[in-house]
Design a protein around this ligand. Structure first.
Ligand code: TPU
Ligand code: MG
Length: 564
């Protein structure tokens, strides 16, 4: 039988990326991936986004995966590119984002012929990049053989989607355009199915505990998104009527305008009243929550396991028993019909709930404070907004925002790698052009990845970046201060004209007063291109919650060794 269905390894990979909903990939070229890029370029349904460096390209793929709910892709050259991207890929691993990290690789003859190669460690060992990626991906493969390529590509992409983790695919430079058959139709994202008996038993056990409780609560966790469980969580909440809280890294996963919403469960820095209700509940269903030093305020806000049903992505841990092979969305959906409505925790919350203080609008000539800034950010938000909050005081101020129904809030709280938000803003804006991205970025974080604003200008995306110039690493000041927490000041707004050069449409604005901020926001909203508003904030102006949280985290960090 004649086979006219021919493709190449690179085109096969492009077709699979297209099939899983990837429309853009982020790249920096190099001689090991040039032929591969030519092959990817032959697919008209994928757009190449050329980045300034591989770290930022990786962060962009992370932001893209967040925006689309699917995968992101990055394509780099061997070793010098891959090792620059690895930190971003590790972040995607920590945050459960399926980033397909593609790298060109050495010619397949080089190792056998004992050839030393550029960009490498100067030793005849070309497996080390894959080995390094193995620690930060769910699967890492070197494609060096035409016959194995389709299986390796499909397997890696399926793994990424099933486990919501990044994978590393290295394609040898001399086979990227080698002919192979076209991809056949198959589902690349098989859903995780529960073991029927485990699921039924877990649901019965959980329903018995929850129905017997006086004041049960529901808590949304970060893994709800990776498992596709947000809708099932919302439906379950409405069916049972319990008070609902969200962990800080799951902010916005449950509609914040819903009358059942109590706020952020984040120990002493969470929403007023919310922590007390969650901690005093006789049982809580924690759906996809993770408890780290950051999310528990230095492990000061811990829930007694005897009062917790912890629904993990693929298992449910209950007092006295763990049920394995239970998918989180299936568990929540099956529980929905089994719970008796109970609004006792919500009623208790309303008794202790505090009204948010109303902030005076400020006079135009007043200097800026973070309170005024975030008051104005709040006013800008609507259903189409996506807020990206960088590590720093932006976490704590961002957490105070009331997210309108339909809007999204993005935070990299597990990994917390400063500079993430600049690349993620680019990726998010491309991944979901219907949303206006509002990014909240500290000066220190911005200095790591600033040049990617030029890529935003190049591709005409329209985020509004608030660059918070407080002269240093304030979050670090609150955890542990020293001379290392002061940074060199930049003309951040002026940087935009550097990036614009002759043809760019970026807008850089500076605001030192309330009036200037309001005028800048007015200009920004109508501008057709990225806008950076540099906001001058006093070095000591930081949120009370950062002060408190910093104290707890510092205490946890500095515990002496139990034995030396
Ligand atoms: O609001 P503010 O001033 O705290 O934010 P800014 O200016 O962005 O400063 C962030 C300070 C910071 C550092 C230096 N937060 N975490 N770190 C430690 C750190 C160092 N390098 C990476 C890649 N990630 C980190 N989190
Ligand atoms: Mg700062």
């Amino acid at each position: 039988m004649a086979d006219t269905q021919t493709s190449t390894i690179g085109r096969y990979l492009a077709a699979r990326l297209e099939q899983i909903g990837v429309k853009h990939y982020f790249t920096v070229p190099g001689d090991y991936n040039l032929v591969l890029l030519d092959e990817l370029l032959s697919n008209d349904n994928l757009q190449m986004i050329s980045c300034c460096n591989e770290l930022n390209a990786g962060y962009a793929a992370d932001g893209y995966a967040r925006a689309t709910g699917g995968a992101g892709a990055v394509c780099v050259t061997f070793s010098v590119g891959g090792l620059s991207a690895i930190n971003a890929v590790a972040g995607a691993y920590a945050e459960d984002l399926p980033v397909i990290a593609i790298s060109g690789g050495p010619n397949t003859n080089s190792a056998a012929e004992h050839e030393l190669l550029h960009h490498t460690l100067g030793e005849i060992d070309y497996g080390y990049v894959r080995e390094m990626f193995a620690r930060v991906t769910a699967e890492s493969v070197q494609v060096t053989n035409v016959l194995d390529a389709p299986t390796q590509i499909d397997h890696a992409i399926s793994t990424a989607l099933r486990l919501r983790k990044p994978v590393y695919l290295e394609v040898a430079s001399n086979i990227a355009s080698a002919p192979i058959s076209k991809p056949h139709a198959m589902a690349l994202a098989p859903r995780w199915r529960s073991d029927r008996r485990s699921l039924a038993a877990a649901v019965d056990h959980a329903a018995a505990l929850l129905n017997a409780a006086a004041k049960p609560v529901l808590v949304a966790g970060v893994q709800l998104r990776a498992t596709g469980g947000e809708a099932a969580f919302g439906a379950l909440a409405r069916a049972c009527g319990y008070g609902v809280a969200a962990m800080p890294d799951a902010k916005g996963f449950f509609d914040e305008t819903d009358p059942q919403y109590m706020g952020i469960f984040w120990g002493s820095v969470g929403s007023p009243g919310c922590g007390q209700i969650v901690s005093s509940a006789d049982i809580g269903l924690f759906a996809g929550t993770t408890f780290t030093d950051y999310t528990t305020v230095g492990h000061s806000a811990l829930i007694n396991p005897a009062k917790m049903i912890l629904a993990r992505p693929h298992s449910v841990v209950m007092p006295g028993r763990t049920y394995n092979d239970v998918s989180l969305p299936e568990f929540l959906a099956a529980l929905e019909g089994k719970l008796q409505p109970n609004d006792a925790s919500l009623t208790a919350f309303h008794r202790v709930e505090e009204e948010k203080p109303v902030l005076a609008p400020g006079k135009p000539e007043d200097g800026l404070t973070t309170r005024i800034l975030f008051n104005r950010v709040q006013q800008m938000l609507d259903a189409d907004s996506a807020v990206i909050a960088e590590t720093g005081d932006s976490w704590f101020n961002g957490m105070q925002l009331d997210m309108p129904q339909g809007s999204r809030f993005e935070i990299q709280m597990q990994y917390g790698s400063i500079g993430w938000s600049v690349g993620a803003t680019l990726g998010y804006a491309l991944g979901n052009p219907d949303r206006r991205v509002v990014s909240l970025i500290g000066d220190g974080s911005f200095q790591l990845t600033a040049q990617e604003v030029s890529t935003m200008i190049r591709y005409g995306v329209r985020p509004i970046i608030f660059l918070i110039n407080n002269g240093g690493y304030t979050i670090e000041v609150e955890i542990h201060d020293g001379p290392y927490n002061t940074i060199k000041n930049w003309d951040y707004a002026g940087l935009i004209s550097v990036f614009n050069a002759a043809d760019g449409k970026g807008l850089g604005l500076k605001a030192e007063t309330v009036g200037e901020l309001d005028a800048a926001i007015g200009k920004a909203s109508g501008h057709d291109g990225p806008v950076l508003i540099e906001v001058t904030i006093g070095r000591d102006d930081c949120s009370r919650n950062l002060l408190e949280w910093g104290g707890y985290v510092a205490r946890n960090n500095s515990r002496p060794p139990r034995s030396i």
